[in-house]
Ligand binder design. Structure first.
Ligand SMILES: CC(C)(COP(=O)(O)OP(=O)(O)OC[C@H]1O[C@@H](n2cnc3c(N)ncnc32)[C@H](O)[C@@H]1OP(=O)(O)O)[C@@H](O)C(=O)NCCC(=O)NCCS
Length: 171
């Protein structure tokens, strides 16, 4: 199979981005939450109207991964809004990075990460941040290899569930 392709998402991709966002989040983390909490979260984070607003926001960028004509992953980056005292308006954040399970472990996530970092640092090196679930050891290894270090923690709230999240920083 040819390597998956990566391209910037445009406002016309709102439906595709909304769909793959909900699908990959559910596949990765859906088991952690009661079904109604998960549905409410998906609507607020990946619903069509929210996705349209994200794509219209010039301070954010999103990417789609495609394989065999199908959307199989996505990423999003923008200004950092993680809750940490040292975040400033010039800080960038990798906000999302997801592939469908069947595409994982083949180097595509690293390529997607490189695209997002290149966009975040298009005007030169910049302090970058990532929030990651404390139990997501695979992603933490990937980010550590890219130079990220844990500098804090916060609670990521989905309905009644409070997840322990690590705050990572580079630069
Ligand atoms: C994180 C993710 C995008 C990485 O993409 P990938 O194509 O699988 O990664 P690559 O093949 O480029 O790099 C492999 C590294 O990714 C990480 N990784 C691999 N599978 C993973 C998984 N299921 N979940 C999280 N990280 C994973 C590991 O660090 C791995 O390196 P290792 O083999 O030395 O442990 C992808 O695995 C994924 O979508 N995971 C589920 C969603 C997720 O956890 N997103 C991060 C949210 S902060």
């Amino acid at each position: 199979m040819p390597a998956p392709t990566i391209r910037r998402a445009t406002p016309e991709d709102a439906e595709a981005l909304s769909r793959i966002g909900a699908e990959t989040f559910s596949e990765t983390f859906g088991h952690l939450y009661p079904p109604q909490d998960l549905r409410d979260f998906l609507e607020s984070a990946y619903g069509l109207e929210k996705t349209r607003r994200d794509l219209a926001d010039r301070a954010k960028a999103a990417w789609l991964v495609e394989a065999d004509g199908e959307v199989v992953g996505h990423a999003m980056a923008g200004a950092c809004d993680l809750p940490h005292d040292e975040v400033t308006p010039t800080c960038g954040e990798l906000k999302r990075l997801y592939l469908l399970k069947r595409l994982q472990g083949d180097g595509t996530g690293s390529r997607l990460l490189a695209e997002a970092f290149a966009w975040l640092e298009r005007d030169g090196p910049r302090r970058l941040w990532i929030g990651v679930w404390s139990e997501n050891h695979g992603a933490q290894r990937l980010y550590a290899r890219m130079g990220f270090e844990k500098v804090g923690e916060y609670e990521f709230i989905v309905g009644q569930t409070r997840d322990r999240e690590f705050i990572l920083r580079r630069g």
